[in-house]
Write a protein that binds this ligand. Structure first.
Ligand SMILES: C[S@@+](CC[C@H](N)C(=O)[O-])C[C@H]1O[C@@H](n2cnc3c(N)ncnc32)[C@H](O)[C@@H]1O
Length: 215
């Protein structure tokens, strides 16, 4: 019998705190973590090297937004090693996640992770987000640690359907970024979120197109 990871109880407790059923999700997330940790030794995929730290800073932080996503397509722009896209695809099989990443080494890791994890609801697009030719194809996009809200919309706003939304995880409430949004976009909601194992509050900012004003 394969011994279970010492991180399993902590991850299961974190998933329960986020309202997610822990089994079999926790084990699948740990399979991803093990792959990420192994490739990180040679590929430099993330600056976080300690697996316990990855658990909260990468896995649980990525999953904290899960209940705000709608079923269907999601593009994760600048996903790096698959964050938040891979944990979300594992937790929400009804999502169809496009992992958009321009760096060749990271895209290679993503293809391997998708294959090894049997992630049938995720695909890898090795491209710059602004070059993805799927205009209006997504009801939702996300991006973590990629750019300001305006910057994310500049590279990926074209991917959103007319009613589509950007869901961006931020640390402190990003009031300056919100003030700098282009005039045709508006904040629909700001959700304070607690991530198990991380101090303080995080903020999920949900941005959509401003409805046309009557003439
Ligand atoms: C700081 S990392 C964040 C990675 C991941 N989202 C996370 O939270 O750990 C930003 C990533 O975005 C990628 N990137 C930067 N600009 C991009 C663009 N225009 N299109 C696609 N990927 C981009 C970089 O190669 C890098 O992997």
């Amino acid at each position: 019998m394969i011994p279970s990871s010492p991180l399993l109880p902590e991850l299961e407790a974190g998933l329960i705190a986020l309202g997610l059923p822990p089994r079999p999700l926790a084990q699948r997330l740990l399979d991803y973590l093990a792959l990420l940790s192994r490739w990180n030794r040679t590929y430099n995929l993330t600056a976080v090297r300690d697996e316990r730290e990855m658990l909260s800073r990468h896995l649980l932080d990525s999953l904290a937004m899960w209940r705000f996503l709608r079923p269907g397509r999601l593009a994760d722009l600048g996903t790096g090693p698959g964050l938040p896209g891979i944990p979300l695809a594992l937790a929400r099989p009804e999502l169809e996640v496009s992992l958009v990443e321009s760096n060749g080494k990271k895209a290679r890791f993503l293809r391997e992770a998708v294959r090894r994890l049997g992630l049938v609801n995720a695909r890898v697009l090795e491209a710059r987000a602004e070059a993805v030719e799927e205009p209006g194809a997504y009801p939702q996009i996300t991006a973590r640690a990629l750019d300001s809200l305006a910057g994310i919309l500049t590279v990926g706003g074209h991917l959103l359907a007319p009613e589509g939304r950007l869901l961006a995880m931020k640390g402190q409430r990003p009031d300056a970024e919100i003030a700098a949004l282009p005039p045709d976009w508006r904040v629909e909601a700001i959700e304070p979120l607690t991530v198990p194992g991380l101090p303080g509050e995080r903020h999920l900012v949900i941005v959509g197109r401003r409805p046309p004003q009557p003439a």
